[in-house]
Every structure is written in C-alpha cells, then in structure tokens.
Ligand binder design. Structure first.
Ligand code: COS
Length: 387
C-alpha cells in the first residue's frame, strides 16, 4: 500500500529497502555478535543523503519532515534496529539545534550533520535521573566567556562515536527543572571523554556509552537557547523524536512478520505447511492487524507534527507506547511460530525480540508515556470546560 505517501517519500522507501537488503541484512549478525559500531553502513547512509532528510535545504539537507524520517527508520529497522539507530540517534541529538539553535549554531553544525560527516548524540539521562529528567546532577557553571561542565551522562546512543553532543546540565540547581540548560559539546574538547561502553541485550549494532565531563570548558556561545530552557529543549526534542522510536518498533514488528510469513509456508508438519493450521493463521492475522494499526498511528503522529501543530506531546507518546508494545507482542509471537528454530540465532527473530524490548524503555519508558498521555487528556478536558 502507498498510504498517501508523496513521490519523495516513496523514493525514500525504495532507497531504504534497497540498503536494508543489500547492505544491512548481510552484516547484521556480525554487528549483533561483536557490538562494533557499523561505520561501513553509516558511510552508505551518508552517501545516500539519509542524514539530511529532515534538515532544511539551506543547510544542505532535503528539507523533509518527521514523516520522511519515519519512512526511512521503518524500512531500515525491518532489517536491523540497532544499525538503523546510528541514523535516528543522530536525528535525536541534532533536534535541540534544529528546534532551538541560533543561526550561527545552525550554520556551523547542520551542513556537516546533513552530509553525514559528523554524528550526533543527545545527553540527558544520568545514573539517578532517568524518568525523572528534571533530577539531573551534571552542572554547567558560567566562567567568563565559557561554561565549565562536570558530571556523567549514562546510556547515550552514539556515545563516543558522535562528534556533536547536545547535553542538558544544571546552571541553577535551586530552580529544579527550570534551572537546566542545553549545550553543544564537541568530541575532542579537553575534559570530555566517552566512558563505559554498555554490553546490551539488544540493539547491539548501536553504541551506548557514558559521556564524562571533568572540568570541561566550552565556549559560552555553545549554550542552546537561553539559560533555564534546558528542560523545555529536552521535552520538545523528545516530542519530536518519539515517533522515530515508534517507527523503529514498527519496522522491527514488520521484519518479524515477514520472517513468519516465509517460515510458516515452508515448514511442514503433519504433512502440511504449518501456515494451513487455523491456530497459526489466527496468530498471524492478529499480528498483522496490530502492525497495521501501529503503522496508522505512527504515520498520523508524524503528519500531525509536520502540519506545524503545537499539541504534539500526546500523539507522539501514543505512537511510541502503542508501536513498542506491538513490537514486543509480535516478535514474541514470531519466536513462538518459528518454534525451536525461532529460539536459535540461526534465524533473525530472536534478535528482533531482543531489539524490540528497548523500544518500550528508552526515550521515556512506556509508563512515562502513559503519564504524558493522561496529563494531556486532563489538560485538554479542563481547557474545553473553560470555553
Ligand atoms: N513541552 C513543553 N513544555 C513541557 C513539556 C513539553 N512536552 N513537558 C513538560 N513541560 C514543561 C511543563 O509545562 C513545566 O513548565 P512550568 O515549569 O512552566 O510549569 C515544566 O516543563 C516541568 O514539567 P513537569 O512539572 O511536568 O515536569 P516533571 O519533572 O514532573 O516531569 C515528565 C515530567 C515525567 C513528563 C518528564 O520528566 C519526562 O518526560 N521524563 C522522561 C524523560 C525521558 O524520556 N527520558 C529518556 C531519556 S532521553 S533519550
């Protein structure tokens, strides 16, 4: 189906399908085993201009929106969600500059990001500040024309590989969430090192590391927006990027479904393909229906954001929560339908099940998403009553 996609979106879909088949599928097992960073695939993404999809044309990008990114992420994640994450982890890391950066910052950083020359990472989470994003402890103290950063960020996607890091730090701890500010920290800045590399259950083709700041001096011009805006920068960034996680989850689910459709038609038991048994058919029908509903919601959320609407938190959270729960259900059923083979690394569905799990956790746990949805509903109802 074409889902009302534009000509450009159909071209992105076709290009990403080709890259997934020719470039990602042959190496996904290797990166899952080794947990190395997939620089050879990143090079292909860059040569295919995928890093520039949602960056404005005047900064060297394609000038697309969240919907265009969604299409790319879905297709690439069908093959490997971890490898695809190098691309939209960069999207997450660059959003603070795209949304809140000044003209000089945009001119300085966006062309290199669009060309895929420099990857990005987003540094919010800390050991004691996950769901409670306002509880971060990393500090940024103004010193003349500089800020000095101290603290450690944890579980940062693209950590250590990204050259441009957008980091949230406290400039005034007394003000809580309103005392946070957002900064750009470049790789190679003295006092900034990549710390511990994580050994993960899934998305092993993606780098996840600590970012460690020890008296790290950065120019004051690297402040994004104004002091005190950091929490809002972070929340708006997550509002924009959560459909990306939803698209990743959707891709994982569809990838698993495609494996199921192939396997169940080939696997014979009781002298018949197992796809002819009603118990199997009903499972497949439910899986495909959930995937289609997930696709509708993620496309709807992306199009709503691209329309310029302001009220995007609720639909972004809905897409993220629904698609990630579908991905977990569908991949678990895919392993079941492939039986003993599904449990073995010889087939990709066990990896897809491991990869799916993170989509229910990162960029805000699904419990936090439900909190965001409920708060939006209550606010909307209160506003409607006032009218
Ligand atoms: N857009 C704009 N403003 C927002 C916002 C949004 N999406 N969400 C919150 N704000 C504003 C609030 O309006 C409030 O403003 P005022 O100070 O003017 O009242 C301020 O930010 C603080 O909001 P709130 O009181 O709701 O903050 P909480 O500390 O209670 O946290 C949640 C709210 C739980 C929603 C937030 O901490 C969150 O999203 N946590 C998950 C973080 C996350 O996703 N981490 C994953 C790692 S990043 S890859």
């Amino acid at each position: 189906m074409d889902y009302g996609l534009t000509e450009e979106q159909l071209m992105i879909r076709e290009l990403c399908q080709q890259i997934a088949k020719d470039v990602i599928v042959p190496v996904r097992e290797h990166y899952d085993e080794t947990e190395e960073f997939p620089w050879d695939v990143v090079k292909v993404f860059a040569e295919s201009d995928l890093f520039g999809i949602s960056i404005e044309e005047k900064y060297g990008g394609m000038g697309g929106g969240v919907m265009d990114t969604t299409i790319a992420v879905e297709e690439l994640s069908k093959a490997c969600a971890g490898i695809a994450l190098s691309l939209f982890g960069t999207g997450l890391g660059v959003y603070p500059i795209v949304l809140f950066g000044n003209e000089e910052q945009k001119q300085k950083y966006l062309p290199d990001v669009a060309a895929g020359k420099r990857l990005c990472a987003f540094g919010l989470t800390e050991a004691n500040a996950g769901s409670d994003a306002g509880g971060i402890q990393t500090t940024a103290v103004k010193d003349g024309d500089s800020y000095i950063l101290n603290g450690t960020k944890q579980w940062i996607t693209n950590g250590g590989e990204a050259e441009i890091n957008t980091v949230i730090a406290m400039t005034n701890k007394k003000k809580g969430a309103r005392g946070a500010s957002a900064f750009i920290v470049e790789k190679g800045t003295p006092g900034f090192e990549a710390g511990k590399k994580e050994n993960k259950m899934g998305i092993r083709g993606s780098a996840t590391r600590e970012l460690v700041f020890q008296d790290c001096r950065i120019p004051a011009e690297n402040l994004i927006a104004r002091e005190g805006m950091g929490f809002i920068v972070a929340m708006k960034t997550l509002d924009m990027s959560r459909p990306g996680v939803a698209a990743q989850a959707l891709g994982i689910a569809q990838g698993a479904m495609d494996e199921v459709l192939q396997y169940t038609r080939e696997r014979r038991q009781f002298k018949k393909p197992i796809s002819s048994f009603q118990g199997v058919q009903f499972m497949m029908a439910d899986m495909a229906t959930k995937i289609e509903a997930a696709r509708c919601l993620v496309y709807q959320s992306a199009r709503h954001i691209d329309s310029g609407a302001k009220d995007v938190s609720k639909i972004s959270a809905m897409a993220k929560v629904f698609c990630s729960d579908v991905a977990m259900d569908v991949t678990t059923d895919a392993v079941q339908l492939l039986g003993g083979y599904g449990y073995m690394k010889e087939y990709p569905v066990e990896k897809m099940m491991r990869d799916a799990k993170i989509t229910q956790i990162y960029e805000g746990t699904n419990q936090i998403q439900r909190e965001v949805i409920a708060m939006s509903l209550i606010k909307e109802a209160a506003a409607a009553k006032k009218k």
